[in-house]
Design a protein around this ligand. Structure first.
Ligand code: PRP
Ligand code: URA
Length: 215
């Protein structure tokens, strides 16, 4: 893990103990969908803190009950872009930290035979309405879905895009960073590899099925 983190400068692995603790609950095969959804929401809050650590601030005057001072304020409009289905579970945790964020859904699924992403939902308006886009998807496996989502956002005109996920495979991190070297990647873990049907090992299984009880 350390080696890849150091050769791919845009990859950030969240070492926060709470993120690591929560990820272990998600990996555990006994964790049932209700608990799984709860913990996806919680860990997303921690990851969002990491992914927004460099948002620019502007000075604003503020009146406290005791007097006047200068406070600081995030001015950029932030868009959350959950990739359906599994990215949906990350939205509420992200909104706890960014309550004014806009949420724009992108629907993609991976064709199980070719492992290529197939787009089925996109209602982005004609022009971008946000300055920063945070793509939310728990799993970065081959990287096809993430790269395709970011292609869509760039065609929309988005300039500052970040990917926020739970677990990445080295193959997916490489594909995403080769395709979009300007996009930082925030994860809770970089795992060992993909298996021959494109699942992350050790991973946590199918993130959509585990959230929605559809395995
Ligand atoms: C999962 C996951 C990602 C994609 C990752 O979605 O949520 O979107 O696979 O794989 P990739 O990096 O190889 O593209 P899936 O296609 O299973 O759809 P679902 O969330 O609707 O179940
Ligand atoms: N999608 C998932 O949900 N899990 C994987 O391991 C790979 C792709």
């Amino acid at each position: 893990m350390g080696r890849m983190t150091s050769v791919i400068p845009q990859l950030h692995i969240c070492s926060h103990p709470l993120a690591q603790h929560k990820l272990t609950i998600l990996r555990r095969k006994e964790t049932e969908p209700k608990k799984f959804r709860e913990v996806v929401r919680e860990i997303s809050t921690v990851l969002i803190l990491d992914a927004t650590a460099d948002l620019p601030l502007v000075d604003v005057p503020v009146a406290t009950p005791m007097g006047e001072t200068i406070g600081r304020h995030v001015q950029d409009r932030v868009g959350l872009i959950p990739v359906l289905r599994a990215g949906l579970g990350m939205v509420d945790g992200a909104l706890e930290m960014l309550p004014s964020a806009e949420v724009w859904h992108i629907g993609l699924y991976r064709d199980e035979r070719t492992l290529r992403p197939v787009e089925y939902y996109n209602k982005l308006p004609v022009n971008p309405t946000v300055q920063v886009c945070l793509v939310l998807d728990p799993m970065l496996a081959t990287g096809g879905s993430a790269a395709a989502t970011i292609d869509i956002l760039k065609r929309w005109g988005a300039k500052h895009i970040k990917f926020v996920g739970l677990i990445g495979a080295p193959e997916g991190v490489k594909r995403l960073s080769d395709a979009h070297p300007d996009v930082p990647i925030y994860l809770a873990a970089l795992d060992e590899r993909l298996n021959d049907i494109g699942y992350i090992i050790p991973g946590l299984g199918d993130a959509g099925d585990r959230q929605f009880g559809t395995a």
